[in-house]
Design a binder for this molecule. Sequence first.
Ligand SMILES: C[C@@]1(CC(=O)O)c2cc3[nH]c(cc4nc(cc5[nH]c(cc(n2)[C@H]1CCC(=O)O)[C@@](C)(CC(=O)O)[C@@H]5CCC(=O)O)C(CC(=O)O)=C4CCC(=O)O)c(CCC(=O)O)c3CC(=O)O
Ligand SMILES: NC(=O)C1=CN([C@@H]2O[C@H](COP(=O)(O)OP(=O)(O)OC[C@H]3O[C@@H](n4cnc5c(N)ncnc54)[C@H](O)[C@@H]3O)[C@@H](O)[C@H]2O)C=CC1
Length: 248
Amino acid sequence: MSAQTHREPEGSLLIAWQLKGKNVLIVGGGEVASGRIQHVLDAGAAITLVSPADGLHTLTKSFIESSDRITYHDREFNPSDLDGVDMVLTAIDDVVVSRDIGIRSRTLRIPVNVADDPSYCDFYFGSQIRRGPLQIMVSTNGKGPKLASLIRQRIEEAVPQGAGEAIEKVGLLRERLKERAPGVGGGIGRRRMQWMINLCTTWEMDDLARLDDEQMERMLVEGWEKNIVLSPEEVRVHGSRVRSVENN
Ligand SMILES: C[C@@]1(CC(=O)O)c2cc3[nH]c(cc4nc(cc5[nH]c(cc(n2)[C@H]1CCC(=O)O)[C@@](C)(CC(=O)O)[C@@H]5CCC(=O)O)C(CC(=O)O)=C4CCC(=O)O)c(CCC(=O)O)c3CC(=O)O
Ligand SMILES: NC(=O)C1=CN([C@@H]2O[C@H](COP(=O)(O)OP(=O)(O)OC[C@H]3O[C@@H](n4cnc5c(N)ncnc54)[C@H](O)[C@@H]3O)[C@@H](O)[C@H]2O)C=CC1
């Protein structure tokens, strides 16, 4: 056994939780809650927001006014707010009520984040970067949130400009490839994956970001069908093949 296996685990599970169409209860409407609202809206969920109107942050107010996915209640938390929700986030300035919500949520087996007490959290937030479908989260597992934020800023500077757009285009191309060559697993799966790997490793991100509809079609008809990956030059200049990568 390696030394690694003897150590107490210090991490948490990093996953991209799919919340589209789910119901999230947010208790509190201050600055921290406004950040939570943004993240949950980005994830496509519906929000029930419970917080007295006199404590609302300006950002929270603007979310309530502009989003049709927020149901707002101008009052304090009530235990029946937990009925039928898929996730609970509390960001209030009352640690007794916070912990009570944490305990009730756990009893009901609803995943909960209590902003002011990590020991009542089933999961933590992290410092996030979003560029289209690209999502990067820095977590220090509760040890140093401010440092997480500073590290995130350094990563932000290092992420290539076209990364979000490149991922968007690769996503579209993968969908079209699966339509053209359907089937799960087996030989076709292996061939599709090798072709995508060759494409992603030989093309610059900026070139991927510039791919248009017609060029994608050419890559599939003249590339995939012949088991090669066309170069950006070949894709842009129809017919004149300059360089291509064999798909093996
Ligand atoms: C455990 C966790 C639970 C959770 O919130 O999910 C948690 C807990 C607590 N934070 C506290 C304080 C601060 N939090 C921030 C900022 C952020 N906090 C975030 C996440 C997390 N904070 C989770 C772990 C994150 C990780 O693992 O790294 C970020 C990353 C994401 C987000 O909130 O969206 C966001 C940065 C977003 C960005 O900039 O990108 C700042 C800095 C600032 O405000 O500028 C301060 C003051 C400075 C400091 O303390 O570092 C306190 C009070 C401590 C006290 O009383 O002393 C607690 C409670 C406690 O620790 O007991
Ligand atoms: N996890 C994190 O990243 C951070 C956590 N915190 C902690 O998070 C908590 C919230 O911070 P802020 O948003 O800055 O506070 P805030 O004071 O701006 O907002 C608190 C909100 O909770 C509402 N509220 C209070 N009691 C309520 C109840 N019983 N039911 C419903 N709503 C209620 C208030 O009306 C207000 O809208 C604080 O305890 C703070 O220490 C602070 C900074 C970062």
